[in-house]
Structures are given as structure tokens and as C-alpha cells.
Write a protein that binds this ligand. Structure first.
Ligand SMILES: [Zn+2]
Ligand SMILES: [Zn+2]
Length: 154
């Protein structure tokens, strides 16, 4: 399509609500002259997404917005997006907000999360075991006490 070169960022031409003409408001934003509906070109879409999701990767932006990674990288190169390091976009730890390269938590919080998870599993397991023990009319007694009880019962 010949339009492609002119319409690199899918600039909206008509209001999707009322079909009226749009006025460019800056930073990828367009406002309908008639109903005031706001529309965005690809840059505006990516910018909005970045504002709401700080520190996401190019891959994540691409998946969320449907705009190609190369297009996003091109925007980054053109400095149309406000990201300090144009080659690498970081994720942020969900717990402390520290910059990370993958996953949901930084190593420190990952450990805490894993420990909390392990504790939860251990508790669930212990409860389950106690339920089973209750069926045998015996408490999970340890060592001598358990042995004595065992002997007494036989
Ligand atoms: Zn409109
Ligand atoms: Zn953290």
C-alpha cells in the first residue's frame, strides 16, 4: 500500500466514534473536532502503555499493543519514547521495584517469595499429615514418647 510510507505510525484520520476529522494534539494523540474523542497512533499507543507499565520490555510492549518490535525499536531510536537506555528496557521487581532483566522479582525478593511459598507448602503438608494421623488415632509424636505410646498400645 502506498499509504504505508506516509502512515508509518498508523495515524488515525477519522474519529472512530462520530467519523469527524481529528486534530493532532502532540505526542501521538489526536482529538476529534466534533465529539472530543481521543485517538492515538502507534506511538501514542506505545507511549500510553509505557506510562501505565513502567519498565516493561520491548517484547512485552509489542505483545500488549500489537505493534511490531521493530516498530517500537524504531521509535526508541528516534527518541520518540522516553526510555533512558534505548537498547534495553528493564522489568521491575513486583515487590521492591528494583530493575531486573527477567521474571517477576529481583533475586532478593525471589528468595523471600520462594521462602514464603515453601513455608505455605510445608504448612499445607503438615495439616494434611495431621489429618491422616487423626485417622490412626495417634498424634505425630516424636522419638521416645512415640515409641512408648506404640509399646503401650500393643
Ligand atoms: Zn468524534
Ligand atoms: Zn525486589
Amino acid at each position: 500500500m502506498a499509504e504505508l510510507s506516509l502512515d508509518k505510525y498508523h495515524t488515525p484520520i477519522r474519529c472512530e466514534v462520530c467519523g469527524d476529522t481529528l486534530t493532532f494534539m502532540g505526542v501521538g494523540e489526536y482529538k476529534c473536532d466534533k465529539c472530543g474523542h481521543l485517538m492515538y497512533d502507534d506511538y501514542g499507543v506505545v507511549r500510553n502503555y509505557l506510562e501505565k507499565n513502567k519498565g516493561v520490555t520491548v517484547v512485552e510492549i509489542s505483545m500488549a499493543t500489537g505493534i511490531s518490535q521493530s516498530q517500537i525499536k524504531q521509535m526508541l531510536k528516534e527518541d520518540r519514547l522516553e526510555i533512558s537506555d534505548s537498547s534495553r528496557v528493564f522489568l521491575r521487581c513486583e515487590a521492591c521495584g528494583k530493575e531486573i532483566k527477567s521474571g517477576r522479582y529481583c533475586p532478593a525478593c525471589e528468595q523471600l517469595a520462594a521462602a514464603a511459598e515453601a513455608k505455605k507448602r510445608a504448612n499445607a503438608l503438615r495439616e494434611e499429615r495431621q489429618m491422616n494421623m487423626a485417622g490412626f488415632k495417634a498424634n505425630p509424636l516424636k522419638g521416645e514418647e512415640g515409641t512408648r505410646r506404640f509399646k503401650r498400645e500393643h
